[in-house]
Design a protein around this ligand. Structure first.
Ligand SMILES: [Zn+2]
Length: 203
């Protein structure tokens, strides 16, 4: 598997970038990891990086973006925060990845059995966690129909909706990324990872 270069990155369309992620996840789920010499990739990327994707995902230990998409050193920008929520620093990181460093696809990836989403559904209060969970509340409110506790199935719906909320916020709060998407320079897309199967489903 080749290391990302400026030339490869320049010639990549957002659609190609999307396909690379789909193929990578397929390899991961089938346990057919591509051959890479990570040590060589460290050397090859030491003078510059040209990642093709930026992925906002959860801190969950079961969902490391590089592994679940079978990517190597220098391939993706990985932004991770519990519940894959958006704030100004996250937006800044994504603007840097796309506008300055040339990434072609921006993925917001939620996952099943997310502790942060579950905690938001259960209205957990704990130090700074409380502030973080507030950002998931719009997704909880979109799914909650009454005062009953949400079922496991509804919590997964919140997780899916939470990805959409993050995507909406990216488009609304980052004119830079919204314009790049409008111009076809990048794709902005949601995805969900299933911790049971290892498969990513794009929304
Ligand atoms: Zn999570």
């Amino acid at each position: 598997m080749r290391t990302q270069t400026k030339e490869i990155q320049d010639n990549l369309t957002p659609k190609c970038a999307h396909d690379i992620l789909v193929q990578g996840n397929k390899r991961f789920a089938e346990n057919l990891k591509a051959q890479r010499n990570l040590k060589d990739q460290v050397f090859e990327t030491s003078k510059g990086q040209f990642p093709f994707a930026v992925i906002l995902s959860c801190i969950d230990s079961r969902v490391p973006a590089e592994l679940v998409f079978d990517q190597g050193i220098g391939d993706i920008f990985s932004v991770r925060v519990a519940g894959n929520v958006v704030n100004k620093d996250v937006l800044g990181s994504m603007e840097y990845a796309c506008k300055v460093a040339g990434s072609k696809i921006l993925v917001v990836m939620g996952h099943t059995k997310c502790g942060a989403v579950t905690a938001a559904c259960k209205n957990v209060k704990l130090g700074n966690v409380t502030t973080l969970l507030e950002k998931i509340k719009p997704a909880v409110d979109a799914i909650r129909k009454n005062d009953d506790e949400l079922t496991a199935e509804q919590i997964e719906e919140v997780s899916f909706e939470n990805v959409n909320v993050s995507i909406d916020r990216i488009r609304k709060e980052s004119p830079i990324l919204a314009e790049m998407e409008e111009n076809g320079e990048i794709e902005i897309v949601g995805a969900s990872y299933d911790v049971n199967t290892g498969l990513v489903e794009f929304h």
